[in-house]
Design a protein around this ligand. Structure first.
Ligand code: ZN
Length: 600
């Protein structure tokens, strides 16, 4: 449906944010003033260079307070510049302002690099003494985690050599891979299209179109396959060398440390998801029936099963989302309402606006902002609920201050997925027609499978590739293909036919190359949020105050400690089952709706 056929309410025409508070209404001049102030403060703080080892708790607290003020100033300027740019990326003045803020921000931070280095030099015992002081509570976790790489650091000259050689080593290989995959051309109906466009054809309703698109993608992946395999082999070996020199016990250890996730919790997550591979398998069985097929092939998995698409006005969506938040907690609904009433949201699709949706935390002295590209679809209502979850989380954590407002990556989706799940429940409740329910559930399940199961299957591929490279040496393209199909088949069982062509489809995935080990974080964040939601379902209202306490704690503690606020133990092998049960119940509801619709 073309956007022009929609009403103003359906297009959310007037829902634009007000960025004035960030810069006291002074636009670019306000940004300049903020950065000038930050610059002066940085020069003042730089006088402490060489003195960090001698600081007592009081001196360190006042130094960190000033650092916090500096981060506030730079953060306000940066938030304004990037938010103004995101709603009009074609405006050269907005682009220039963003660039200027980045350059000046880097210059300001460069004056303060000494602190992190000197802080990392301090012996553990001294750090423990200092951090025991209550005056440092506002930056305690931040200062502690800043030192977490310490056991894995090499000597200063070694670090310099590592960093300089990485430019022409690891980074150069990763860039080569990016350039090779960007150049992949897919021949669709004698027209050359990008890989991305080729892959997007897999959602086509017509099976023949999907089959031909898959064949074209496979053909497009064939040239250069050996080169891409060589790049991956080289990076696998490079990582093995790094891990050996830095004394990491496993290939995933450095990633877990970056995520502040314990090895145990990641192992428990992977094991729990693999135990529930019946969920994607049951879904694909049902999906085959919905599509009228005996069995899906790999290229059928993205096919759309929705037979209807409801439209929502902005005011209706607003009512639905606020109702959903209210059903859980008045306090959360009150915060969410402020986003609508005080112009913290930018909703409509406009030319030049950044695609997608996000929530910007900005800084604790201000408030978060939400950007959407509202098209009045059901998916948009859930995105609104999702981004408002981030917004409420950010808002409630403001009292933690600039060092502790944001959560670690693995907890970042807690409130967003929670808000989305509550809203999804409401939406489902008021949808009676089995076909509409099926469309709603299908969309949610496909999202869960993509975020949870597919990422863990990819993690298994990565695990196998790193392990084989370390134990048996370089892998052939056949060996990669074998590991890829084995790990995919483990997830799909025999519910999906894995075609021969699919064997090379590992070879364009950028995460394996650029950010090894990263993919499990998607599953981690999603399931953690769903497990917390499951906790709410079983405990009811008694859960609410502790949940609010968790959100208000922001990133002031480790993920494990934050989890314990709501009584969950992330390393407990049973913890992850709670979130998987939520997905399981969505699947049961989909199976039921399919029966009622006479489609299974
Ligand atoms: Zn999110």
């Amino acid at each position: 449906m073309a956007t022009t056929e929609l009403s103003d309410d359906q297009r959310a025409t007037d829902v634009a944010w007000d960025l004035d508070p960030l810069v006291d209404g002074r636009e670019a001049a306000g940004v300049e003033t903020l950065l000038d102030d930050a610059d002066r403060l940085a020069a003042l703080l730089a006088r402490s260079k060489g003195t960090v080892a001698g600081m007592d708790a009081a001196a360190l607290a006042s130094f960190m307070t000033a650092m916090g003020e500096l981060e506030e100033l730079v953060g306000r300027a940066g938030s304004y510049a990037s938010l103004a740019y995101s709603v009009d990326t074609t405006d050269p003045a907005a682009g220039a302002l963003l660039q200027q803020v980045e350059e000046r921000g880097t210059a300001i931070h460069n004056q303060l690099v000494f602190f992190e280095l000197e802080w990392a030099e301090l012996p553990d015992k001294r750090v423990d003494e200092l951090l025991a002081d209550e005056r440092l509570a506002f930056c305690r976790h931040h200062l502690r985690t800043a030192r977490r790489y310490r056991p894995h650091l090499l000597s200063e000259p070694e670090e310099i050599v590592m960093a300089e050689k990485a430019v022409t080593g690891r980074s150069a290989w990763a860039r080569l891979f990016d350039e090779l995959t960007s150049a992949i051309a897919v021949d669709l109906d004698s027209q050359q299209v990008s890989l991305e466009e080729g892959l997007s054809r897999l959602a086509a309703p017509d099976r023949e179109v999907r089959r031909r698109a898959a064949e074209a993608v496979t053909a497009g992946l064939a040239p250069g396959l050996r080169t891409r395999a060589f790049v991956y082999n080289t990076l696998l070996a490079d990582k093995a060398t790094d891990d050996r020199l830095r004394k990491f016990g496993s290939w995933i250890g450095s990633r877990n440390l970056a995520n502040e996730a314990s090895d145990e919790s990641v192992e428990a997550l992977v094991a729990a998801v693999r135990r529930r591979y019946d969920i994607p398998q049951r879904w694909y069985l049902l999906k085959a029936r919905l599509l009228g097929l005996d069995r899906l092939a790999d290229y059928d998995r993205m096919a759309s099963v929705a037979s209807e698409d409801a439209t929502f006005g902005w005011s209706e969506a607003r009512g639905l989302v606020l109702d959903s938040y209210e059903s859980f907690s008045d306090e959360m609904a009150d915060v969410a309402r402020r986003f609508f009433d005080e112009r913290w949201i930018d909703a409509p699709v406009r030319p030049g606006k950044r695609p997608g949706a996000f929530c910007a935390y900005t800084v604790p002295s201000q408030h978060p902002y939400v950007l959407l590209n509202w098209t009045a679809r059901r998916r948009d209502v859930l995105t609104l609920a999702h981004e408002l979850g981030h917004g409420v989380h950010a808002y409630l954590a403001r009292p933690q201050g600039v060092f502790h407002q944001s959560t670690p990556l693995t907890l970042a989706e807690t409130a967003s997925v929670f808000g989305e799940t509550v809203t999804f429940g409401r939406l489902l409740e008021r949808t009676e027609d089995p076909n509409a329910r099926l469309a709603l559930l299908a969309e949610s399940l496909e999202g869960q499978i993509a975020t949870v199961f597919r990422q863990i299957a990819m993690n298994r591929f990565e695990d196998a590739a790193h392990t084989v490279r370390r134990e048996d040496g370089e892998l052939s393209t056949d060996r990669f293909a074998e590991l890829w199909t084995d790990t995919q088949r483990e997830m799909l069982g025999d519910t999906v036919e894995i075609t021969d062509g699919y064997r090379t489809w590992w070879s364009y995935i950028p995460h394996f190359i650029g950010t090894p080990g990263y993919v499990y974080a998607y599953a981690y964040g999603q399931l953690l949020a769903l497990a917390v939601y499951r906790r709410y379902e079983t405990e009811g209202d008694a859960f609410v105050p502790r949940y609010l306490e968790l959100l208000a704690a922001g990133g002031s503690r480790s993920p494990e400690e934050l989890g314990s606020i709501v009584g969950v133990d992330l390393a407990d092998p049973g913890f992850w089952d709670g979130g998987l049960e939520v997905v399981d119940r969505q699947l049961e509801a989909a199976e039921e709706a399919a029966r009622l619709a006479g489609r299974s």
